[in-house]
Design a protein around this ligand. Sequence first.
Ligand code: HEM
Length: 449
Amino acid sequence: MSRIKDFFSTIWHFLITLVEGFQALFWLLIKGTGVLSREGKAGLRGFLTAPSTQVMIFQFMRGFWPNLSLGRKLIKSYDNTGTAVVTRRADVLDVLNRNEDFEVVYEPRMRKLTDGDNFFLGMQPGWDYTRDTSSMRLAGRMTDVPEIVLPRAQKVAAERVAASGGVIDLPQDLTLHVPWDMTATYFGVGGTEAEMQDWTTTLFWYLFGDLGADPDLDAKAMRNAAAMRAYLDGAVAKQKASPDGATTILSRCLALQAAGTPGMSDLGIRNNLLGILIGAIPTISKASCLALDELLRRPEMLRRTQRAAIEGDDATMANCIWEALRFNPHNPVVYRRARRNTVVGKGTLRQTRIDKGQMVFAATLSAMFDRYEIPNPKSFRTDRLFSDYIIWGYGLHTCYGAAINEAVIPAVLKPLLQKKGLRRAEGDKGQIDTGGTPFPQHFHCVFDT
Ligand code: HEM
């Protein structure tokens, strides 16, 4: 009986995915033509990169072309022989799980940033990866999140929102400051605020977003990395010479060093701190801005989220934020490179060959909308399992800061969501301005005081 049910369920999902593929195609043609005739090619670029358009592009692909494999190279920043895109959830998770077939590519740029060694996000499974992630998870513990990180983030965010007087430029006044404060008070290596925010933004962009290998960005990244290394070397030496007694990731690293832990030399500590700093600041800021941006586009959902924030129903408020990030995630894809000739979607109608060296975009955004596994993917729901979301990676390299993100992003947004009359500022100021970077630089909101 259950086999017959499975059979009909598969046919049903196949047909509906196909119909939705057609719908997406028409939507893209009608909207795209409209944008092109009104705003020309420049407008089309913005249209194609908008999250709502990406949702439709992937919807089309899941219906007609779930796995795309091209000889054409789209990424210049890392060696590759071509490009592939996988869109079905099963294949996305498969690619991110098969480390022997699909490798992380970041090693050469990581080595440029440290001026020598790799960082664990650039490593394949093995001793180096195990050594560094183990020691950094002892230095930055999950239990620190409720005990140290969350109370501080709540306090700082509340102070910032209160001080804004009802007009707030999110990145500048709130969403960059809270994670920076975490790097200062909890990591123990915040440096100078504006400088650290600038360094980490540039270096994140260089590592993950510079697909075209821009020489100017390369030059800026090298300057920033050198400055950041010098600062971190100084901070490690200073803390070692005269410990300040604070419980920080840096002080824990030095305690591990004193205990003879492998990988915790001064240089090892510096490089690990450099890596986690790059991941921490611009990401939390961007995700916080995108979540609020999405909620502001959905007045009913904004009201529901605000009600939860005001009533202290943190679980519902957080669920609304994760759902907003499903529609508007920090990164719509994670990429890997094929280590040998292989296939994705093995034994299915969508089986596709991937050649050694091809860069594979695992479309995590698409995976979160795949109706084969996500119930009612197009509805904004607050009762989804957290495991339905892929908002900070998947598999071996799932974000080191996952527990921090889960606590800090709601903490950043909550005091704002509690404000009556929360809305965008008038005109362009109320829209996210990335200032030519991949990260929000300005996004003005107002609320009643
Ligand atoms: C909303 C905020 C964040 C987002 C969206 C995000 C996103 C991601 C993603 C997608 C990955 C996987 C990359 C890949 O597999 O290629 C990742 C890994 C990583 N993230 Fe985050 N991240 C965030 C915050 C943080 C924070 C706060 C930290 C530091 C405390 C951090 C440190 C790292 C590190 C070190 C890795 C590598 C993990 C490994 O290789 O095992 N990230 N992050």
